[in-house]
Design a protein around this ligand. Sequence first.
Ligand SMILES: Nc1ncnc2c1ncn2[C@@H]1O[C@H](COP(=O)(O)OP(=O)(O)OP(=O)(O)O)[C@@H](O)[C@H]1O
Ligand SMILES: [Mg+2]
Length: 231
Amino acid sequence: MITLKGIHKSYGERDRRLHVLKGIDLSVAPGEMVAIMGSSGSGKSTLLNLLGLLDHADEGEYLLDGKEVGRLTENQAAAMRNRKLGFVFQAFNLLPFKNAVENVALPLYYQKVGRRERNKRAEHFLELVGLSERRLHKPNELSGGQKQRVAIARALVTDPAILLADEPTGALDSQTTDDIMDLFKQVHGMGKALVIVTHEADIAAQTERTITLKDGRIATDTAHEPAHVSA
Ligand SMILES: Nc1ncnc2c1ncn2[C@@H]1O[C@H](COP(=O)(O)OP(=O)(O)OP(=O)(O)O)[C@@H](O)[C@H]1O
Ligand SMILES: [Mg+2]
């Protein structure tokens, strides 16, 4: 469903130019659960942002479900994102003045889904992530793990085939990290593809495939059995 060919990405101008991705070839199949690792500054977020149509590559091809999406306009990219992709970030990125249901329902607003249906679907996904009883609370009234559950519900509410997560457990303690990983495994069980950027080897071990970035290229790409961590 995702195919990258010869992707290059640099930041900055002329002599200050930083060549971050130097020829990335990568495919992700439907339903695959993949981890991306690499040292700080190796280009993990840059790669995830390209996959998420949040930024353009300088060179190379990006096929999403067989369609070239690397050169879409802002509006086209936004529409494609809204339909096909879900995002989860380290810092949750929830709207502070909206409660959990409203945060989860927001992507449906952009799809022009009516209010009643939006709320119904949002409640459904909050229940799925185990947060029904906190549904009317605002982000500052929720713990880090609860905020991330809201963010995951929001990522799922449009029923995307692919979830992209940039260090989703980076701000969480180890118990909460295990809970969120269990939730990701459940999402994987729903048949969705997941691409998770992480610094932690034991998180990568719980996926099916680990890719490491080094010096702007894919250094390793290894399929493995997912390790089971929690009881
Ligand atoms: N918008 C930008 N403008 C200029 N340079 C950038 C920009 N975004 C990232 N960079 C640089 O590109 C390189 C790769 O950054 P990136 O955020 O992709 O790394 P990362 O692997 O996600 O690192 P971390 O593990 O610290 O999150 C870094 O050297 C960073 O400073
Ligand atoms: Mg990063």
